[in-house]
Design a binder for this molecule. Structure first.
Ligand code: NAD
Length: 474
């Protein structure tokens, strides 16, 4: 591996300690990576502060063109990034290529948004004074990202932060720090000045992030990961009243009505369930099928799931790679055992293969009961959990019965009914006759305990900006 050190002020530092990163397909050590400590965090904050002073006053067009170049450079190297993503995360080649392309698109989208930080000028109704509203860079941002999308969860934050004029320190997940480190030479080549983006992998994430969130220069904390860690960071962010952006866990319902086009429903459910082998906050976690089409849907989904090839994700013929680590697989094994003990039937899969690698086969469970653990928690693996419903009000109530509110999926050919259902679902996003909602041009994010704020769309850049209002007379 070429890049395994800390990236601070445009330079590589070995760090006082190191930790191992593993390939989940063979459980072998891939790389020994530098682990940042408090002194490294201070050096990164100093560098980001210096770089941001100059970056924040560059013209929007100048910032935009550097982001656009980053998109071009990354687009030319998608295969290289996809390979690295597969090595450290495990996901199959097609999933990794999808992620690399999606990750690059954030640079293009925010290159386009950088020049559109529109404000407002109007008259105050009573006094007649001018109300001038403008947006300014919020300040240094600490970005913390998960292992399931080692490239995209980083670029979804870096691109809007840079577009807004902010400097950043990013702490990638300890399971998958290599992709973010490998992105840094590309950003340099694109023209990002030294110090503006710093990468600090660490085996002491809690202490490191806590220290940075108490530094008075930091104004934004943008986190993607579990709701449990998000809650902790919100508590910490309260000490300095930081601007929080939180992309947290999900428990997506996927509802197949009796009037759904069956081909569309199967294809959409496969995508919603199996993109990233189920290791996605957007993964269909609870699949509700109308009783009149349940038998057909179960049969066809089982056929599709059984046909997927499990194996090392670097093999281009493989559809489903290994899960990221032993813990993640153990959780999936426990979810299936619990669901079966509570009455579910295994239609396919359900058995952990022997040998090296954290593999788990595509699995379909039918007749899952409402008391099963996998109905309450994120499965985060290739297991489709099917339940049957009878009427619309009942399924909406069941779909909303969770602390999460990230994304829901609805399949119906009756658009009047479908839109009525979408509006009653308490979710930040809905896929209607589609199994994929992620799009750099759309506001990604959840309600309830799935998070605060939005990434992508027009909203994404505002997470890194403060609104200033000037009351003026002339
Ligand atoms: P995680 O919360 O365990 O870790 C996320 C990041 O936080 C990692 O970088 C980790 O090192 C760091 N971290 C852990 N403890 C910390 C602490 N005390 N202080 C500061 N940082 C800490 O999540 P994960 O297991 O890496 O990712 C899976 C979770 O992420 C799932 O719940 C998934 O739904 C969620 N996720 C959400 C979105 C979204 O956009 N809503 C996207 C991807 C993943």
């Amino acid at each position: 591996m070429d890049y395994t050190d800390l990236y601070i002020n445009g330079q590589w530092r070995p760090g006082a300690e190191r930790f191992d990163v593993y390939n989940p397909a063979d459980e072998q050590v891939l790389a020994s990576v530098a682990s940042a400590d408090i002194a490294d965090a201070d050096a990164a904050l100093d560098a980001a502060e210096r770089a941001m002073k100059e970056w924040a006053v560059r013209t929007p067009r100048a910032r935009s063109e550097i982001l656009r170049t980053a998109w071009e450079l990354m687009t030319a190297r998608l295969e290289e990034f996809a390979h690295l993503i597969t090595l450290e995360n495990g996901k199959a080649r097609a999933d990794a290529m999808g992620e690399a392309g999606y990750a690059a698109e954030f640079f293009r989208w925010f290159a386009e948004e950088a020049v559109r930080a529109d404000g407002l000028i109007t008259h105050a109704p009573a006094s007649g004074a001018r109300i001038i509203v403008q947006h300014k860079p919020a300040g240094l941002a600490v970005l913390v990202t998960p292992w399931n999308y080692p490239a995209a969860m980083g670029t979804r934050k870096i691109a809007p932060a840079l577009a807004a004029g902010c400097g950043v320190i990013i702490k990638p997940a300890s399971e998958t720090p290599l992709t973010m480190l490998a992105l840094m030479p590309l950003l340099e080549e694109a023209g990002v000045p030294p110090g503006l983006v710093n990468v600090l992998p660490s085996k002491r994430s809690g202490a490191l992030v806590d220290h940075m969130l108490h530094d008075p220069r930091v104004r934004v904390v943008s986190f993607t990961g579990s709701t449990a860690v998000g809650r902790k960071l919100l508590h910490t962010a309260a000490d300095q009243v930081l601007k929080p952006a939180m992309e947290l866990g999900g428990n997506a319902p996927c509802i197949i009505f009796e009037d759904a086009d069956m081909d569309t429903a199967i294809e959409g459910t496969m995508l919603a369930k199996m993109r990233n082998l189920g290791e996605a906050c957007t993964a269909a976690n609870r699949i509700y099928v109308h009783e009149s089409v349940a038998a057909e849907f179960t049969r066809r989904l089982t056929e599709k799931m059984s046909a997927l090839k499990l194996g090392d994700g670097t093999d281009p013929t493989v559809d489903v790679g290994p899960l990221v680590n032993a813990d993640t697989r153990d959780k999936v094994v426990a979810f299936v055992a619990d669901a079966v003990a509570k009455g579910a039937t295994i239609e396919c899969g359900g058995e952990t293969p022997s040998g090296k690698g954290f593999f788990y086969p595509p699995t379909v469970l039918s007749n899952v009961t409402g008391t099963a653990d996998c109905v309450r928690d994120e499965i985060f693996g290739p297991v489709a959990a099917l339940q049957v419903f009878r009427d619309q009000d009942e399924v909406i109530a069941r779909a909303n019965d969770t602390e999460y509110g990230l994304v829901a999926y609805v399949f119906s050919s009756d658009m009047k009914r479908a839109m009525q259902v979408c509006e009653r679902l308490d979710y930040g996003m809905v896929g209607l006759n589609r199994g994929l909602v992620s799009d750099p041009a759309a506001p990604f994010g959840g309600t309830k305990q799935s998070g605060l704020g939005r990434e992508g769309g027009h909203e994404g850049m505002l997470e890194f900006m403060e609104t200033q209002y000037i009351s003026a007379s002339w």
